[in-house]
Design a protein around this ligand. Structure first.
Ligand code: FES
Length: 98
């Protein structure tokens, strides 16, 4: 298992990089504040910048394609409620709501 580093305005947290759970679910599990509301890819309060480790994450979801502009996605923005680790590796993400 790799490490997941989650950067928020309040600081940086490093936790075990569990597969099969979303960034929002992992944040909740570890009591890390990662803004979210809908958890369905609609509100974008969980907007996340993938700093490193995009290759171990799931493919961009249909919801992310609908909610985020193509240019944002190309820069590395995703939605925390949609991102899951699908294989072992180190990942760093930053919470970047609008
Ligand atoms: S929680 Fe609403 S888009 Fe992620």
């Amino acid at each position: 298992m790799g490490q997941l580093t989650m950067q928020t305005r309040a600081g940086s947290h490093t936790i075990p990089a569990e597969t099969g759970k979303t960034i929002v679910e992992l944040a909740k599990q570890h009591k890390i504040v990662w803004g979210h509301a809908c958890q369905r890819g609609v509100c974008a309060q969980c907007r996340t910048f993938v700093v490193e480790g995009a290759e171990v994450l799931n493919e961009v979801t249909k919801e992310e394609k609908l909610r985020l502009r193509k240019a944002e996605r190309a820069e590395g923005y995703r939605l925390g409620c949609q991102i899951q680790l699908v294989r072992d590796g180190d990942v760093t993400v930053a919470h970047r709501p609008y």
